[in-house]
Write a protein that binds this ligand. Sequence first.
Ligand code: PMM
Length: 271
Amino acid sequence: MADAYRFADSMLVMGILNVTPDSFSDGGQFLDHDAAISHARELVGQGAQIIDVGGESTRPGAERIGVAEELRRILPVVRALARDGIRVSVDTMNAETAHATIDAGAEFINDVSGGLADPDMVAVAAGSGAPYILSHWRGHSVDMNSRAHYDDVVVDVRTELLGRLEALEAGGVERDRIILDPGLGFAKTADQNWEILARISELQSLGLPVLVGASRKRFIAALLPDGASMTERDLPTAVVSALLADAGLWGVRVHNVAATTVALAARRRLG
Ligand code: PMM
């Protein structure tokens, strides 16, 4: 993998910046561009090495928005962060958005659909030269829960990721700029998410860096008492981050960067 995005000595922490009115855990908080930019700076101060900027919610049941609205939400934010020297990934399923934000200084394409949602994405990823985060995905959020049927979730996710990896390579995205992500919560039940985490080495055995996004998701919330707040999900998220660091993961994508940074610091002292 190219040195520019290898984080060899420790696990990378990617801070989430959802510039959306409706994301499940932080929707509406950072819709204002200035609020979004200052939150990103705060996350960097807390230890995030990359800020993942998204303008379209993928919460279960979410409706799609158009590219114009997505770009209106995120493009000025991406531009401002890149100008600050902050490494940005763009969380989008749209080729046009990926193209415009890479032009504006984003460094990574984070496509939760693994190139399946937009037929032009593979070509844009190929032409951009940018590292591409390839997630496991079976369909849009509006009905993804009905697609959570697997013989063996880890084997099936691995096989489907491998299929997309081959398609991306055939389309001109070199293997050494692909990062794999099991897409926790995307067409997966709570038990399936835990199974994937427990057997993450089976995905790592494909020989590519692996990123995981467990932060604040419902299967994490299920560890807490009923009625626990969204921010209470940050403690179990941080614990999972530390355990994944033990597994040699490339990175975690989290909302509360400070909590994960502290968990990783504790792990380092023990390691
Ligand atoms: N999850 C969400 C959005 N983007 N990107 C990657 N690479 N992996 C994920 O698991 C992932 C993602 C949904 O969560 P959010 O609404 O909190 O951003």
